[in-house]
Design a protein around this ligand. Structure first.
Ligand SMILES: Cc1cc2nc3c(=O)[nH]c(=O)nc-3n(C[C@H](O)[C@H](O)[C@H](O)COP(=O)(O)O)c2cc1C
Length: 146
């Protein structure tokens, strides 16, 4: 069984897109070494990241990420075991969700009046489903993003 963990956090205002790109590049090599796969979804303000792999390795990485000062309010929102990885082809990939896309997602779920922050932190399964669909619908070449 594969262990997965999903957390949300608030992006630090000081974190530029270039720095974020560097984090992703580093994550791709680090995670590949540990056979960890996953995805990082970024809005202007929030992150939602899924990490999947060996439970000990994933938890150790999560601890490291939690103390990274380039984001705040790191909160685990989901964890569990799955038969197969959801993001098997990506050691880590990142994509942006625009405010417009986010509004559409909220509309689909009839939660137009819910602040994006609450969706990230309290209804994260909705964003998680969005990420899984994103994976299924996009090319599996992780270098096509970022
Ligand atoms: C939002 C966010 C997501 C991150 N995701 C990962 C990741 O998936 N893998 C990883 O190795 N580091 C990730 N990092 C970076 C770690 O916090 C840490 O800086 C890095 O693992 C240090 O790597 P090193 O020990 O090889 O220098 C992330 C940082 C942030 C802010």
């Amino acid at each position: 069984m594969i262990y997965y963990l999903c957390y949300s956090s608030t992006r630090s205002e000081e974190l530029s897109d270039d720095e974020l790109f560097e984090i992703l590049k580093k994550s791709q090599t680090n995670n590949a070494d540990k056979k960890i796969s996953g995805m990082l979804l970024c809005s202007d303000e929030y992150f939602l990241q899924v990490l999947e792999g060996d439970e000990e390795q994933v938890k150790a990485l999560y601890n490291k990420i939690s103390s990274d000062e380039r984001h705040r309010h790191v909160k685990m929102v989901m964890e569990g075991h799955v038969e197969d990885r959801n993001f098997s082809a990506w050691s880590m990939t990142g994509t942006n969700i625009t405010e417009e896309e986010f509004e559409m997602l909220k509309e689909e779920h009839g939660i137009e009046d819910m602040p994006s922050k609450d969706v990230f932190y309290q209804n994260s399964h909705i964003v998680f489903e969005y990420m899984k669909n994103f994976y299924l619908n996009e090319s599996l070449d992780m270098n096509s993003f970022w």
